[in-house]
Ligand binder design. Structure first.
Ligand code: TMP
Ligand code: MG
Length: 317
């Protein structure tokens, strides 16, 4: 309505234009070709509000596989935490074949834009359960995990060091919320020397017997489409995350959007979605679901630029 009053319309438009320009110059990475933003002004308002509130109000919640890790490198798919276990030190050929068959059956379902999350949910439980049973049968040895990670092609996204270091430096908690394998995830970030004290992890952890052989997985199963339950039962209880109502959320699956459901009284939530695969089929859905989408972008450039912007407030110095 107010837009129709000419005397107020012009100054308002000028202020908005200056504001857009400001964000554009302060976060030039948002103009990268890989960036897609449906509601630019809303994202910009959220960014400004998060900056005004400062680092003490901020927490970062991130998925792991294909969010903090790359999707591809040199044309090859990078191993997820589950797939890192596919190593002769841990599994025999037959188990490898079975795990690949399961991946080929269920991964297309996970990313199918024509199926709802409700439809996918029981199938994801089926996938994870079958894989975990297979791993238990293989009598995976705890003392071989470090070597398996070293031999894998697991790789964090370009710019990961700045991401982890920046958060650690500003004492911003980073909650990594993963449906992958926690023990492997920890090993990946440890080997990359970024497992700082501000990092908290919710994931599927292995339970080893007294001789160091895998006998079960601990706690309730986490898969891509039940992160909401994990967020409500685990994340809500993490003391370090209390009193931080602004959330930067990173994910690569629509299921990752529920990772902030455990945050009590959230003020601003900015979501960034990595769209790695099935781009054309999923672009529309992702653009409607995430604040910012990064299409086939193997870097942390945009999250890093956003963190630099939020933490560069005068109050934070
Ligand atoms: P994330 O929550 O850290 O992304 O981890 C879950 C991903 O792991 C999900 O995208 C599917 C993938 N996955 C495999 O690559 N292999 C497997 O055997 C299973 C069960 C999951
Ligand atoms: Mg993922």
């Amino acid at each position: 309505m107010i837009y129709h009053i000419p005397w107020i319309y012009t100054p308002l438009r000028t202020v908005m234009a200056i504001w857009h320009q400001l964000i554009k110059t302060e976060i030039p990475e948002l103009s990268k070709g890989s960036v897609l933003i449906r509601e630019r002004s809303r994202v910009e308002e959220t960014l400004q509000a998060m900056r005004r509130a400062g680092v003490s109000s901020l927490q970062v919640i991130s998925d792991f596989d294909r969010t903090l890790t790359r999707f591809t490198h040199n044309g090859k798919t990078v191993a997820t935490t589950h797939n890192i276990l596919d190593n002769r030190l841990l599994m025999n050929e037959d188990a490898t074949r079975k795990m690949k068959e399961l991946l080929n059956t269920y991964y297309p379902i996970e990313i199918d834009s024509n199926r709802s999350a409700e439809e996918k949910l029981p199938l994801m439980v089926e996938w994870w359960t079958k894989v975990h049973e297979l791993l238990i049968q293989q009598k995976i040895r705890k003392d071989m995990l470090t070597q398996a990670v070293k031999e894998s092609n697991a790789m964090l996204r370009d710019g990961y060091k700045e991401f982890f270091e920046h958060l650690a430096e500003h004492q911003v908690p980073l909650l990594i919320f993963s449906a992958g394998v926690g023990d492997i995830l920890e090993e990946v970030i440890r080997q990359n020397q970024v497992f700082h004290s501000n990092v908290h992890i919710i994931s599927n952890y292995m339970d080893f017997d007294q001789t160091g052989v895998l006998q079960a997985f601990k706690g309730p199963l986490i898969h891509t489409f039940n992160k909401r339950e994990g967020a409500l039962s685990h994340a809500a209880g993490l003391r370090e995350l209390q009193g931080r109502p602004n959330v930067l959320l990173l994910g690569d699956s629509l299921g990752d959007l529920t990772m902030a459901d455990g945050v009590s009284k959230p003020h601003n939530i900015l979501t960034i979605g990595f769209l790695n695969d099935q781009v054309e089929e999923r672009k529309e859905l992702y653009a409607n679901s995430f604040g910012i989408i990064l299409v086939k972008d193997e870097t942390m450039d945009v999250p890093n630029a956003i963190l630099r912007y939020i933490t560069s407030s005068r109050d934070n110095k």
